[in-house]
Design a protein around this ligand. Structure first.
Ligand code: ATP
Length: 234
């Protein structure tokens, strides 16, 4: 099967600091993939580069064959990103946030899909509430809906369960699993091996801007248990 995401020689420097030190990575279509690593490993930088939000110092990234720099618009349509930060204009309602995002993608008649997303994310009752009236967990679910508004084949979630209680977390994962079963490629970043292990079929471990391990979940766990993989996870 061909790659949903293809990263070649990705380097990102901020002055003297090397956030990505030459990353090569292929994520297959239909995968449920985890990018695992401690604070500062470079996970958000890699995700931001693939969403076209950060320009690499060197190297290339393509999403379903579209280069994220030279073919930005097409690449942007292929991917929905759920960022870590809960940043919204507090004066918009939930529905307005989703309509604005639809407008960005030129989707004028998207209300049926927006209603379906609200229903699936248990937000229907909050559709007309202002963003400032929502709890952190609800805002995070709005971010998920926002990322899915244009039905992207690839969905990238940057630590989506940070600050989310157990019940909401389970609901979120059930929904993301459903998306994966429907054929979406899922990439998530996490600090937790247990989270990656329960959800994902393939894991890359990132440390100090480099991939230190990349394998199917079962093989990687065997290596960790057998101590043949000597990396500190968090
Ligand atoms: P976390 O799990 O804490 O979110 P991460 O693996 O996502 O960490 P990044 O946020 O990608 O890590 O950061 C990688 C490195 O790049 C860190 O040392 C960080 O301080 C640095 N960095 C990230 N963004 C910038 C920036 N805009 N300017 C300077 N340094 C940055």
């Amino acid at each position: 099967m061909s790659a949903a995401i293809s990263v070649r020689g990705a380097v990102k420097r901020y002055g003297d600091l090397c956030a990505l030190g030459g990353v090569d990575l292929d994520i297959e279509q239909g995968a449920f993939f985890a990018l695992l690593g401690p604070n500062g490993a470079g996970k958000t930088t890699l995700i931001s580069a693939l969403a076209g939000l950060v320009r690499l110092t060197a190297g290339t990234i393509s999403v379903l064959g579209h280069d994220v720099v030279s073919d930005y618009r097409a690449a942007r349509r292929m991917v929905g990103v759920v960022p870590q930060e809960l940043v919204f204009d507090p004066f918009f309602s939930v529905r307005e946030v989703l309509r604005l995002q639809s407008g960005y993608f030129g989707l004028r008649r998207n209300d049926d899909w927006i209603d379906e997303l609200l229903e699936n994310l248990d937000l229907t009752k909050k559709a007309d509430a202002n963003m400032r009236q929502l709890s952190g967990g609800m805002k995070r679910r709005v971010l998920v809906a926002q990322a899915l508004v244009h039905r992207p084949p690839v969905i990238v979630l940057d630590e989506p369960t940070a600050g989310v209680d157990v019940e909401l977390r389970q609901g979120l994962w059930a929904f993301v699993r459903k998306l994966n079963q429907a054929g979406h490629t899922i990439v998530l970043t996490t600090h937790y091996l247990e989270e990656a292990q329960t959800l994902c079929n393939r894991i890359a471990m990132l440390k100090s801007g480099r991939i230190v391990a990349l394998d199917d979940t079962a093989n990687l766990l065997r290596a960790v248990e057998g101590h043949t993989l000597r990396v500190k996870l968090a």
